[in-house]
Design a protein around this ligand. Structure first.
Ligand SMILES: [Cu+2]
Length: 157
């Protein structure tokens, strides 16, 4: 019976080690950050900052809580790489309704993005925060929305 007492702690440690090994060295604790963001008909996200640790896993759920049609008031959530030219991205995005306003030639500048959502729709994405600390722009790439303020910062610290 005495051996039983040690069985559980040893198993727990072994599990923790296994989980730890599957993460990259810079990842902190391995706990995913869960964020829910609402998008509205007045072209706003209800969140302007997301703070994460370098390499941390992030799960973002975007919900379009508006009622206007997707063709005139669709929303998405796009995270750009550090130093990406937001204005150039937006100009290219405006011409690509067929790609949900995520321009293909900027694929290398996009860390993650949701689908373009119509009223009442939601989409959940999971991605890993960059390992480099700093500020990363996130925005809605539907034409005009980011310029109207539908954007914010992913802060890696
Ligand atoms: Cu939008």
């Amino acid at each position: 019976m005495k051996a039983m007492k040690y069985l559980i702690p040893v198993t727990a440690i072994a599990t923790a080690l296994l989980v730890g090994c599957s993460e990259s060295p810079e990842s902190s604790a391995g706990e995913a950050k869960t964020v829910e963001i609402h998008a509205t008909d007045n072209m706003k996200f209800d969140l302007s900052e997301i703070r994460v640790a370098p390499g941390q896993k992030i799960q973002v759920t975007l919900k379009n809580i508006g009622t206007m049609p997707k063709e005139s008031m669709g929303h998405n959530f796009v995270v750009l790489t550090k130093g990406a030219d937001m204005n150039a991205f937006l100009m290219a995005a405006a011409t690509q309704a067929r790609n949900d306003y995520v321009p293909t030639e900027f694929a290398a500048k996009v860390i993650a993005h949701t689908k373009l959502l119509g009223p009442g729709e939601s989409d959940t994405i999971t991605f890993k925060a960059p390992s480099e600390a700093g500020n990363y722009d996130f925005l809605c790439s539907f034409p005009g929305h980011a310029l109207a303020g539908m954007k914010g910062l992913l802060i890696v610290e």
